[in-house]
Design a protein around this ligand. Structure first.
Ligand code: ADP
Length: 743
């Protein structure tokens, strides 16, 4: 029997619990015995009760908790050889020779050292008579797999670390809240965020909140008198109509000579040079706190399962791997290579080689910083001499998706900064038909990054044939050179219609780019749509409350979520909440399925289960409706449990967009504007859609993207997340004989 251990080490991070839960349950599911090592390396050195066998039930109910339930610590002893020898002895005592370590670069380095020294330390234990040679021969080597738990997102080799998304949630909530009070008083606010040597949290929260200035370690202000420059920009912003100024300072912020820039210093500068009231907020541990975001729960779950696979299936002598994320995919990368690259960034910062530091952080980082530098400007650059200034229009289409405004804001500013004219179209394509356009200026999108809803207005109403004629007239009258459509499927359909009717309407012969925004996450040419992450978080929040409401009684909920024919929200919220079942249209529902579910519920509740949650996509089945399923369970469950339904409805479309959606919207918008510019200058009038596929951003001609799309069911023919269903069920359904805290 294979025995593996899991530990969390270094700073705690939201999502660590989801990873621990996944490691435990995936390990048990694969027939291994899984031990939790409490208090990180401290527990490994101390042994005894710090190393405990885990059951399915021991990780029940932890998915929604922040921090790490198995504890974490910084451990001096483990830095010494004697401490690590003690750790090896303790692992031998339990027969553990595989470890999943969840921590930062320090913790992962420690794990690698332990693995490398293992044979020597074992030999030492034999020499000291603490192990027999026979015992030693049973575990010739230690296998190690690393997951990066760190809110700072400071590890190379993975796009994101466990906890960073939740920390961004906390920062964004706080900055949004401060912004609303700042606006009433015309104040400056300086907010210090965590991140150690990494500027990720500061940079991304500045993009997400629409902050006015940001100071980060990797890209210090490029002039010595940066204080003057900052004040100039903030002053100009005020003159242009901003009511407040928000400066975000990373805790590791430096000037270009490598001297620390503190939040207090920034405040002092603002008070002295702008003669304005300036207040400092240091967010501190708030950023580590709170319930993990939907993304952190889901991603950490996938990473935990992949770590177990790596541990159990990896070649015995293979280099230890780090399980991380590239774009939308889980990847494995050599662990020590990631640690080395991380140290290289830190070294570059220490040597004041900031160009190198930013470069090493990767393409996404440099691009985000470049975008931010444009977005924070008080006014756009003057148009470059000699360029043809394009006339671009932006509209929202289809149903509402949180993040639409962030996309418009970014598109408007980035296009204005390139010297173009940007027109906002009110009320979607209907507004285009009615020539209801206005010209955007720089400040007209101020504050839009954080706003839910659609400031431009959007509608799903279908167009009449005469509308196309009117749209053609508007395009001609306004001399539009390109169109950016931010929206869902009906927007894509209209763009397709325009493409097809170019012979009748030559005016349609302009480049059109589609930016996918719908909570359903069901559009062609992409795996990720703006709005889906916010909807998922809304569902997860609602489910937290629903679950709490049921603590005292034995109750089963049938929760209906949106998605049209696409089960993304249903399956992902199942993973994020640990619900037992997601009914998807893609899989259908049969009478046998329902019979099996009744059996599981009845046995579970009979054996002490207190709560059951079944999630149903709104269109999962025409006959087996939410009500039908609830009544069926009610009838078949008898007195064992009560059944309630919760149809979440439009709360899924509302709310402030999450940082993930705001950032995705901004990065899509950046590429869309460049695309329109490039195509308009080249006279190449394609209709295309942007998206993320696998680990890359991609712009695909609409006709190509539609080949992989089921237009009747309005969803991609291949959906990358569907094969997560089995894993989701494995994690949620305890094996036979166990019905404790299944959630
Ligand atoms: P993080 O993992 O978040 O980077 P630390 O650097 O504090 O946090 O590391 C956490 C723990 O990992 C340390 O307290 C120590 O026990 C162990 N550790 C870190 N670096 C090493 C090292 N070079 N050798 C051995 N153990 C280490």
């Amino acid at each position: 029997m294979k025995r593996i251990g899991v530990l969390t080490s270094g700073g705690d991070a939201q999502g660590m619990n989801a990873a621990v839960r996944a490691v435990v349950r995936a390990g048990l599911d694969r027939g291994a015995e899984v031990y939790a090592i409490y208090e990180g390396y401290q527990g490994l050195v101390e042994g005894g009760v710090a190393i405990r066998p885990m059951t399915w039930g021991s990780v029940g109910g932890i998915l929604q908790q922040g921090g790490t339930v198995i504890g974490t610590a910084r451990c001096k002893d483990f830095r010494e050889r004697a401490g690590r020898r003690q750790a090896v002895r303790n692992l031998f005592a339990h027969g553990i020779d595989g470890l999943v370590v969840i921590g930062g670069d320090g913790s992962l380095t420690g794990a690698d050292i332990l693995r490398t020294e293992w044979p020597e330390l074992v030999a030492e234990l034999v020499a000291r008579g603490e192990l027999t040679p026979e015992q030693a021969a049973e575990h010739p080597r230690l296998a190690v797999v690393g997951l990066v738990g760190s809110i700072d997102n400071d590890m190379q080799g993975t796009d994101i670390t466990i906890g960073a998304d939740s920390a961004l949630h906390r920062i964004t909530e706080a900055v949004d809240a401060i912004t609303s009070t700042a606006a009433s008083h015309q104040r400056c606010f300086v907010v210090e965020v965590m991140g150690r040597n990494a500027g990720y949290l500061a940079l991304m929260s500045a993009i997400a909140t629409g902050a006015d200035w940001v100071l980060i370690p990797e890209s210090p202000p490029d002039v010595d008198n940066w204080e003057d420059k900052m004040c100039e920009v903030l002053k100009a912003g005020r003159a242009a109509g901003r009511r407040n100024s928000m400066v975000i300072v990373a805790e590791g912020a430096l000037d270009r000579n490598g001297a620390k820039i503190s939040a207090d210093y920034v405040q002092q500068v603002l008070v002295e040079r702008l003669q304005e009231d300036a207040r400092v907020t240091i967010l501190g541990h708030v950023q580590r706190g709170g319930s993990p975001s939907a993304y952190d729960r889901i991603m950490s779950t996938l990473l935990g399962v992949a770590a177990v696979d790596e541990l159990l299936d990896g070649a015995p002598d293979a280099e230890p791997q780090l399980i991380g994320v590239h774009g939308n995919r889980v990847v494995r990368v050599p662990l020590m290579e990631c640690v080395r690259k991380t140290h290289a960034v830190n070294d570059a910062i220490r040597a004041n080689d900031f160009a190198l530091a930013a470069k090493l952080r990767g393409r996404g980082f440099e691009e985000s910083f470049h975008i931010l530098r444009t977005l924070v400007r008080a006014l756009p650059h003057a148009p470059r001499p000699g360029i043809r200034r394009l006339r671009l229009a932006v509209l929202n289409a289809s149903g509402l998706a949180p993040g639409m405004n962030a996309a418009v804001r970014a598109a408007v500013r980035l296009a204005l900064d390139r010297g173009h004219y940007v027109f906002g179209v009110r009320n979607s394509f209907h507004g285009l038909a009615e020539n209801d356009l206005f010209e955007f200026d720089w400040m007209s999108v101020n504050g839009w990054a954080r706003m839910g809803g659609s400031e431009l207005g959007t509608t799903r109403r279908t167009l009449a044939p005469s509308d196309y004629y009117a749209i053609a007239r508007t395009i001609e009258e306004r001399k539009l050179d390109g169109l950016l459509v931010i929206g869902g499927w009906s927007g894509y359909q209209t763009a397709l219609q325009m493409l097809k009717s170019r012979e009748n309407f030559p005016a349609f012969d302009i480049p059109i780019i589609l930016l996918p925004s719908t909570i359903n996450n069901n559009l062609p040419g992409t795996e990720l749509c703006v709005g889906a992450d916010t909807a998922l978080n809304s569902i997860v929040d609602a489910m937290n409350k629903i679950k709490q409401s049921a603590v005292a009684s034995q109750r089963c909920f049938v929760v209906e979520v949106m998605g049209k024919y696409c089960g993304y929200l249903a399956l992902m919220s199942m993973i994020a909440t640990g619900a037992e079942r997601a009914y998807l249209h893609e899989r259908g529902i049969t009478l046998d399925d329902l019979r099996e579910d009744v059996r599981l519920l009845n046995t579970g509740f009979a054996e002490g289960k207190r709560l059951g949650v079944m999630i149903r996509n709104e269109k999962a089945h025409p006959i087996y409706t939410t009500d039908f399923i609830a009544k069926l369970f009610e009838a078949e469950g008898g007195d064992l449990y009560e059944v309630r339904t919760a149809v979440l409805g439009h709360l899924q479309q509302g709310g402030d967009p999450t940082p993930f959606d705001r950032i995705l919207a901004t990065r899509y918008a950046y590429r869309c504007i460049h695309y329109l510019e490039e195509k308009a200058y080249a006279g190449d009038n394609e209709v295309a859609c942007i998206g993320v596929t696998g680990s890359e951003y991609a712009i695909t001609p609409l006709l190509d993207a539609l080949r992989g799309y089921d237009v009747t069911l309005e969803r991609p023919k291949q959906q990358w997340w569907l094969n997560l269903e089995q894993m989701a069920r494995m994690l949620a359904q305890p094996g036979p004989g166990f019905y404790g805290e299944a959630l």
